[in-house]
Design a protein around this ligand. Structure first.
Ligand SMILES: [Zn+2]
Length: 317
């Protein structure tokens, strides 16, 4: 007798590279049997014409701000993830946290969560907390302070690693990254990074991230490779990553399945020179909030919105 039988579901068999229709018997929360015809179960779920798969892990997402979320909006992102089959989310990417890790996990401990959450400590979160200008180098004293805060979040508060958003703070020097990484090496962690620059400058950025992993010995997850080098540099960047992996460097990359990116219009991503680098013009930027919702930029609108609504999300197509 199984606790649950999922009947007639389509399973993806990666060994044979094909789809098969089978029943899955679950006992004590574990898959006990996958067979052609299972019948004896306390609960039977008919999955005809549906694919049955393990929950997906989304290694690159940005968690919601839950602390001052209102009723009905709490876990808005997590519920959307769940509808897409994602059961484990890794937040805190691109150097950014929406609230302190302590607050986030305390909230989950008291309220539960629709998905399993893992969180990176985001380097720029600490930079912002200390009031460091995004275009400026951190001082020695500021780096020491960041190290203390990061060590506390990784050592005590449950962060699974450290993420960098280098492009978002052009003042970040390589030494700052290396020094912080070297100070947290005793922890069993992953580092992830949103590269320094994309498109024509993307290859140098990928090389920098591989070098950081090589020098520090920490495993590196290169964030959303597509938005970095899918502007004509993808083949070269994949070759460089493969060559690094072959040399024993623990580097990986993720890529989202659409050919656009989105970030705040006030971000340094849109600083002078971006359109030359991308070979694009102002009308490739779509605005997402009123009073410019669904409007594509002109030069005038672009500069106006950057100034007046720096926190508006923009989509670059
Ligand atoms: Zn990013």
């Amino acid at each position: 007798m199984y606790d649950i039988i999922i009947k007639n579901g389509t399973l993806v068999d990666f060994d044979k590279n094909k789809l098969t229709v089978k029943d899955i018997g679950i006992k004590d929360n574990k898959i006990a049997s996958i067979d052609s015809s299972l019948n004896s179960g306390r609960k039977i779920i008919d999955a005809k014409d549906k694919i049955v798969s393990p929950g997906f892990i989304d290694i690159h997402m940005h968690e919601e701000k839950i602390i001052d979320g209102e009723d009905g909006e709490i876990y808005d992102i997590a519920y959307k993830m769940l509808k897409m089959g994602v059961t484990t989310c890794v937040g805190g990417n691109c150097g950014n946290n929406r609230q302190s890790i302590d607050e986030f996990f305390n909230f989950i401990d008291s309220n539960g969560a629709p998905v399993n959450y893992m969180i990176f400590a985001g380097h720029n979160y600490y930079r912002n907390k200390l009031g460091i200008d995004r275009y400026k180098e951190a001082t020695r004293e500021q780096i020491e302070k960041m190290i203390d805060l990061i060590r506390e979040d990784i050592g005590k508060n449950g962060a699974v690693g450290l993420s960098f958003g280098i492009e978002y703070s052009p003042g970040i020097f390589l030494e700052e990254i290396l020094e912080i990484c070297n100070s947290i090496k005793e922890y069993d962690i992953l580092i992830s990074a949103h590269y320094r620059a994309d498109a024509k400058k993307g290859i140098d950025s990928i090389k920098e991230l591989i070098m950081i992993s090589q020098v520090t010995g920490l495993p590196m997850q290169i964030s959303h490779l597509g938005s970095c080098t899918a502007m004509g540099q993808m083949r070269e960047s994949l070759d460089i990553i493969k060559e690094a992996v072959d040399r024993g460097i623990d580097v990986r990359a993720d890529c989202y399945p659409y050919d656009a990116f989105s970030t705040f219009i006030g971000s340094s991503v849109f600083d002078d020179g971006c359109f030359d680098n991308w070979n694009k013009s102002y009308d490739s930027i779509l605005l997402t909030e009123e009073p410019y919702k669904n409007i594509r930029c002109t030069e005038e609108i672009f500069h106006k919105v950057r100034k007046e609504y720096p926190n508006m999300l923009a989509v670059a197509l």
